[in-house]
Design a binder for this molecule. Structure first.
Ligand SMILES: Cc1ncc(COP(=O)(O)O)c(C=O)c1O
Length: 434
């Protein structure tokens, strides 16, 4: 009997003929071909429904096609779709006002672009123009995007393509508690990270830097959470070297980590520049760099973003931020997060191959290892768990330098019953793996 190829397989065949192979879907041998989505669900073109616990990489923050966000976008689309930054549009000012009101400290001036990569590109450029220095220090295991500067900032070899990187960007040890050198406790690891920063400043810079840049929780890195004292410990060294603190909240922003709008508020430091993207506009293309007035002031000269502050993206951002505010989703994420971590801790007790459970709020990672006490990463089981979850109708993500961290990030407005159902589906999927 001749098997009729499914619509998904047929589409995959066509995509290979017309798209870069690098655009092959990353997840699974049989990738999902998305047809439509609504609230917590995604449907593939075969009609299968999935509960979405990854939100297009933490981007669909308030549910797929959230009517408040979609309606605002459609209304804007019918009014004016594009202006470019050659002209002013009220929505851009309104979103910037909201960002200034929400972000901590003296962050008051925004610049909008279309992606997190561009937001980071500008953050580094602004720090260099403000300080007159070139060197930037960031962390191993960081991910900052796919422009040349963003790839240079990235501390994952596999995400650094093309071979020409900015040599004035240096990477220091990240505070990766689960993979700390043997015998080091939490304090010892913190000391080691601070020492590495000191040595890096002394050995491969002239003692002056433009910036130190970090994600409070490394996203692509596998939801590695910086210890509570981390930024307070590194900041004096950064200041002594004349550097700015740039915090990348592309994944962690807008209530994702619970209680606060911005993750960095949990660490009690005030950055000079922050970057956002992803969940800020619930899926509409956006990047946002927000800086103190004096840093913004230093960016002089001609610079332009055709799609920066695009009215439709701005309408989406304003509606998304208003929705998060009106429903107090940072508090909801904190409540749902503690329930999620309880369920994941129980799952870990059942499965010795779950080496670590970590994260904050609605940003949870499971690091999968070979269960022989060696902590050897187990990317194969990670892939198998993603596939089993999909079989059970649940979408989750993965990450980590070794491809062995399951990433779980339900929408910020996840209902308690969906949270429970997602955890039950994950447990059922995990039970199928020996
Ligand atoms: C922390 C972080 N920064 C920056 C980026 C780059 O964002 P974009 O893909 O929108 O360019 C990402 C994307 O995953 C990210 O996770």
């Amino acid at each position: 009997m001749i098997e009729t190829p499914s619509r998904s397989h047929e589409l995959l065949r066509r995509q290979r003929e017309v798209l870069f192979p690098a655009l092959t879907p990353l997840y699974g041998e049989h990738p999902i071909v998305v047809d439509r989505a609504r609230d917590q669900y995604v449907w593939d073109i075969e009609g299968q429904r999935y509960l979405d616990f990854f939100g297009g990489v933490l981007t669909v923050s308030v549910g797929h096609c959230n009517p408040e966000v979609s309606d605002a976008m459609v209304a804007q689309l019918q009014r004016v779709q594009h202006t470019s930054t050659l002209y002013l549009h009220e929505l851009m000012v309104q979103v910037a006002e909201k960002v200034a009101a929400i972000t901590p400290g003296r962050l008051q001036r925004s610049f909008f672009t279309s992606s997190g990569s561009e937001a980071n590109e500008l953050a580094v450029m602004a720090a260099r123009m403000y300080t007159g220095q070139r060197d930037v220090i960031t962390l191993r295991h960081a991910y900052a995007g796919r422009t040349a500067t963003a790839m240079s900032l990235t501390g994952h070899g596999t995400w650094r393509l093309g071979g020409v990187f900015d040599g004035s960007i240096k990477h220091v040890r990240n505070p990766y508690a689960y993979r700390a050198p043997a015998g080091l406790d939490a304090d010892g690891l913190l000391d080691l990270c601070v020492q590495d920063l000191e040595e890096t400043l002394a050995t491969v810079t002239d003692g002056r830097i433009a910036a130190f840049m970090a994600e409070p929780i490394q996203g692509v890195g596998g939801f590695i959470v910086a210890p509570r004292e981390y930024f307070r410990r590194v900041l004096p060294l950064v200041r002594e070297a004349g550097g700015l603190l740039i915090i990348d909240e592309v994944q962690t922003g807008w209530g994702r980590t619970g209680r606060h709008w911005c993750a960095v508020e949990h660490w009690g430091v005030e950055p000079d520049v922050m970057t956002f993207a992803k969940g800020m506009a619930n899926g509409a293309p956006i990047g946002c760099t927000v800086a103190t007035p004096e840093v913004a002031e230093a960016v002089r000269g001609l610079t332009f973003a055709t799609f920066g502050g695009n009215p439709v993206s701005m309408a989406a951002a304003l509606a998304t931020l208003q929705y998060i505010e009106r429903h107090d989703l940072p508090s909801h994420a904190e409540r749902m997060g503690s329930r999620l971590f309880e369920r994941l801790a129980a799952l870990q007790r059942d499965h010795p191959w779950i080496g670590d459970v970590r994260g904050m709020g609605l940003m949870a990672g499971l690091e999968l290892v070979v269960p022989d006490g060696s902590k050897r990463p187990d990317p194969e089981r990670t892939t198998a768990l993603l596939a089993a979850a999909r079989e059970h109708g649940l979408l989750i993500g993965k990450g980590g330098l070794y491809g062995n961290v399951v990433r779980i990030a339900p929408h910020l407005n996840v209902a308690p019953e969906d949270l429970e159902r997602g955890c039950a589906l994950l447990a059922a999927a995990a039970a199928t793996l020996a």
